[in-house]
Design a protein around this ligand. Structure first.
Ligand SMILES: Cc1cc2nc3c(=O)[nH]c(=O)nc-3n(C[C@H](O)[C@H](O)[C@H](O)COP(=O)(O)OP(=O)(O)OC[C@H]3O[C@@H](n4cnc5c(N)ncnc54)[C@H](O)[C@@H]3O)c2cc1C
Length: 286
């Protein structure tokens, strides 16, 4: 990890497959043990950073019979024999990020040392992936918060400059209402994100039930990414026709934020995670 933290290389996490996106309980990528090695076969898709990273994590089935109880995390290097990475093109937004590489694993030999957690990590991959998502889902929430803040700044500035009916459009009460509602959503989103991050500090010290943490992270991700959807949409509306063209950044903000409701678990599956915690009496309630 140190070269990643130093910014010398990027890193990827490959869970999604062409046939398994939301449902990763039974993967097509398999890892077969041969002595002190595993042989990895399969295809991963939509993998952020795959085209540039030197290495990353792959989730694979080590015991297909056991479904999610038989999955393991492996570290692989992208220049190993049998690893092929294809960059997917035509992405709607976040085009500065080389997202969407497709990774083909053709009998890739992985030494046992590259199993995350060593021997103890075998068949723990699914659970560790969920534990990781409990924290990582705040990433899209933070991205969405940043983009909606930028969109709000642009809208506020534009509303004060744009003259219609002989006056700045911010003088019109319907525009004022939009800006007030946008500001409220930003305030609530920021508080919710910081509070969730505070809980994460306790979670990584094992002081919070994982299902409670999952509910908090999922609620934060869904609320903030939905709020961004509303705020950026209104920012475009305030810009009128100019908001629909790329010269004004709000058009790009729309495209960039859109994926935050899809990756790190779609908002639908995150809503189900919240209700799952609610149904397990005592684990978590709002
Ligand atoms: C730009 C980008 C970057 C990505 N980066 C990564 C990455 O780095 N690593 C990685 O592993 N993956 C990555 N992904 C993949 C992403 O996590 C998946 O696209 C996502 O999990 C959804 O899977 P899917 O696309 O197969 O959709 P599907 O699972 O096919 O879902 C289709 C629709 O059905 C809904 N749905 C599915 N199951 C249910 C259910 N039980 N109840 C209700 N609704 C349901 C979904 O919410 C969605 O609306 C990335 C995706 C994108 C677009």
């Amino acid at each position: 990890m140190p070269p990643v933290y130093r910014g010398e290389t990027t890193f990827f996490g490959a869970y999604t497959e062409p046939e398994h996106g939301t449902d990763i309980t039974q993967l097509s990528t398999v890892a077969e043990r041969k002595g002190d090695k595993f042989i990895l076969r399969g295809v991963k898709t939509f993998i952020t950073n795959a085209p540039t990273a030197k290495y990353g994590i792959v989730l694979a089935q080590t015991d297909p019979e056991k479904r999610h109880r038989g999955q393991t995390l492996f570290i692989i290097h992208t220049d190993w024999p049998g690893v092929q990475i294809r960059k997917l093109s035509g992405k709607m937004g976040q085009r500065a990020s080389p997202v969407g590489g497709e990774i083909t694993l053709d009998n890739v030999e992985v030494p046992i040392d590259y199993v995350v957690g060593g021997e103890k990590g075998i068949n723990q991959g699914f659970y560790w992936t969920l534990a990781y998502f409990n924290v990582s889902r705040l990433g899209p929430a933070a991205i969405a918060l940043g983009i909606m803040l930028a969109a709000f700044d642009k809208a506020l500035e534009y509303a004060q400059k744009r003259i219609q009916f002989g006056q700045p459009i911010i003088n019109f009460q319907l525009i004022q209402e939009k800006l007030a509602r946008m500001a409220m959503l930003i305030e609530v989103s920021r508080s919710m994100l910081y509070r969730a991050a505070y809980y994460v500090d306790s979670y990584i010290k094992f002081q919070i039930d994982p299902r409670a943490m999952a509910a908090i992270t999922s609620a934060t991700k869904v609320f903030i990414t939905d709020a961004a959807n509303q705020v950026i949409d209104e920012a475009i509306q305030i810009h009128g026709g100019y908001g629909y063209f790329e010269e004004f950044d709000v058009e790009r903000y729309w495209r960039d934020h859109r994926v935050t409701r899809i990756y790190e678990g779609t908002n639908e599956i995150n809503l189900l995670t919240i209700t799952d915690a609610l149904r397990r009496g005592g684990v978590w309630k709002p």
